[in-house]
Design a protein around this ligand. Structure first.
Ligand code: FHN
Length: 428
C-alpha cells in the first residue's frame, strides 16, 4: 500500500504544474465555507434494483445483464423544483448530484455515447438540465459528482480493483477513455449554466494509472474558472484541487478506514455521509440516523471547519422516501433557529472536544454543547469576549473567569437536548 501511495503521488506530482486558482475561484471557496451544508444525491438506473449503487459489482453483473436496467428506469415522478425546495427547506445551500457513477451511466444528455438516460430509458429526458435550471431559479448552487471509475466503458482498461465481472473485452485504450471523460465534463460545464464544481470519485480504483489530472482539472478551470474541483481519492489534496472531502469521517478522523492515508490540507473541507447506510437507493436499508445525530453532525463538521454534505438515494420513480424527507425538514427547523451559529462561521477558537465544538464569526463565538451532563463546564480561557447568552432566548449564562479557564455554570433547565448554543460577544 505504501508503494502504491508513493507511485500515485509520484505519477500525479510529476504530471502537475503549479496551479494558481483564479480570483473567482477563491471567491467560490469563501462562499463554500460560509454556506456549510449541502445535499448529496446518488441517483441512477441502479435504483431500479433497490440494492444501492454498487449492485453491478457486488452482484457480479456483466455489462450485458446491467444494460437490461435502463429500459426499466422511468422516473415520471421526478420533480426538480420539489427536490430543490426540499434542500432549501433543510437549510442546504448547494446540491451535489451524480452525473455519472461507477456504472458509467450518464444521467444527462451526452453525445459521447448512447449509454445515457435520454437514449437508453423510456424517460428520454435530461434530469440534470431540469435540476440545473431549477437550482439557478431558486438560488441553490449545483455541483456534479463524476466517477472516474467506469465499469461499462471498454476503454477503461487495464481494469483496476473493481468491475472484473463486467465481461468487457481486454485491450481497451485508457487515454481514449480519459478523452471520453474530458468530453463529457466539457458537456457538463458547457450545457448546464454556472456549475459550482466537480466532485470526482473513483481514482482509488487504479491508483497507479496516469489520470492526466492536469488536463482534466485544467479543462474545468478553463471552462468555468469559479468551479471548484475536489477528488475523493482519500489522499492529501493534489495541485489543481479547490476543496478536500472526507467520506463518513470528520477531517483528520479515520473511523471508516477511508482516510488512513489522508492529511487535512489547507483547502476548504467537506465531510459527506448517508442518512441510512446507503448512498444509492436501498429498499432494505432502514438504519436511519436520528435527526439529532444529523444536526449534531452539521455542528461537529462546522466546529472542525468543514462543510457537511448529507446524502439521499432517490427511488427509481423520482420520489424521495419519507424517512429522508422528514429528517431533512426537521434539520431545517433547527437551522432556521440556530443558523447564525453555523453559516458564515469558521471552526474554533476552542478545538473540538468530547462535550462539543465552537464556531466563530468576526463578532461572536458560538459554544455548541452537544454532550455534557455536569453543571459546570470548564473552557480554556477565552480572551477578548464579554458576556454569554443562550442563542435564541438571549438569556444570560453565568460565567466564572478563573486564571487559566472560563467556567460555564448552566443549570440543566437551560440545556437543549440536541445542542445548547451559548454566544460570546467578541470585544471590538
Ligand atoms: O464507491 C463510492 C460510493 O459509491 C459513493 O459514491 C461514495 C460517496 O462518497 N464514494 C465511493 C466510496 O468511497
Amino acid at each position: 500500500m505504501k508503494r502504491l501511495t508513493l507511485v500515485l503521488a509520484a505519477c500525479v506530482a510529476s504530471a502537475q504544474q503549479h496551479y494558481t486558482p483564479a480570483p473567482e475561484n477563491l471567491k467560490s471557496r469563501e462562499w463554500f465555507q460560509d454556506n456549510k451544508f449541502g445535499l448529496f444525491i446518488h441517483w441512477g438506473v441502479y435504483s431500479v434494483l433497490g440494492k444501492g449503487e454498487w449492485v453491478m459489482n457486488n452482484d457480479n453483473m456483466t455489462v450485458a445483464e446491467y444494460e437490461k436496467l435502463p429500459p426499466r428506469f422511468n422516473p415520471t415522478e421526478f420533480n426538480a423544483a420539489e427536490w430543490v425546495a426540499m434542500a432549501k427547506d433543510a437549510g442546504m445551500k448547494y446540491i451535489t448530484i451524480t452525473s455519472k457513477h461507477h456504472d458509467g451511466f450518464a444521467m444527462f444528455a451526452t453525445r459521447q455515447s448512447d449509454w445515457n438516460i435520454v437514449d437508453r430509458t423510456p424517460y428520454r429526458q435530461d434530469p440534470l438540465k431540469m435540476l440545473a435550471d431549477e437550482c439557478h431559479r431558486q438560488g441553490i448552487k449545483l455541483f456534479f459528482y463524476h466517477s472516474q471509475l467506469d465499469w461499462h466503458n471498454p476503454d477503461y482498461y487495464p481494469l483496476g480493483r473493481t468491475g472484473h465481472a463486467s465481461g468487457r473485452p481486454p485491450g481497451g485504450d485508457f487515454n481514449k477513455y480519459l478523452d471520453y471523460m474530458d468530453n463529457q465534463l466539457r458537456e457538463l460545464l458547457t450545457n448546464y449554466g454556472e456549475i459550482a464544481g466537480i466532485w470526482f470519485d473513483g481514482m482509488w480504483d487504479k491508483p497507479d494509472a496516469n489520470w492526466r489530472l492536469d488536463r482534466t482539472y485544467g479543462l474545468i478551470h478553463s471552462l468555468q474558472p469559479a468551479a471548484m474541483v475536489g477528488s475523493n481519492h482519500h489522499l492529501k489534496p493534489f495541485e489543481g484541487e479547490d476543496f478536500q472531502m472526507f467520506e463518513k469521517d470528520l477531517p483528520g478522523k479515520n473511523t471508516t478506514g477511508f482516510s488512513d492515508k489522508s492529511e487535512v490540507g489547507a483547502l476548504p473541507l467537506e465531510t459527506c455521509d448517508t442518512i441510512n447506510n446507503s448512498w444509492g437507493y436501498n429498499s432494505s436499508d432502514h438504519k436511519y440516523k436520528s435527526t439529532k445525530e444529523l444536526i449534531q453532525y452539521v455542528v461537529k463538521a462546522a466546529g472542525n471547519n468543514a462543510n457537511f454534505l448529507l446524502n439521499i438515494g432517490p427511488m427509481p420513480s423520482g420520489k424521495v422516501q419519507p424517512e429522508f424527507v422528514a429528517r431533512l425538514h426537521e434539520m431545517g427547523e433547527w437551522m432556521r433557529k440556530n443558523g447564525e451559529s453555523i453559516y458564515g462561521t469558521r471552526g474554533g477558537p476552542v478545538t473540538p472536544r468530547p462535550w462539543g465544538v465552537t464556531t466563530q464569526n468576526k463578532d461572536k463565538i458560538f459554544l455548541h454543547v452537544l454532550d455534557w451532563k455536569d453543571k459546570v463546564l470548564a473552557l480554556p480561557k477565552l480572551p477578548g469576549v464579554r458576556g454569554a447568552t443562550l442563542l435564541g432566548s438571549g438569556q444570560p449564562v453565568q460565567l466564572r473567569k478563573e486564571p487559566n479557564s472560563t467556567l460555564i455554570l448552566f443549570p440543566s433547565e437551560e440545556r437543549d437536548p440536541i445542542d445548547t448554543v451559548i454566544v460570546f460577544e467578541k470585544v471590538k
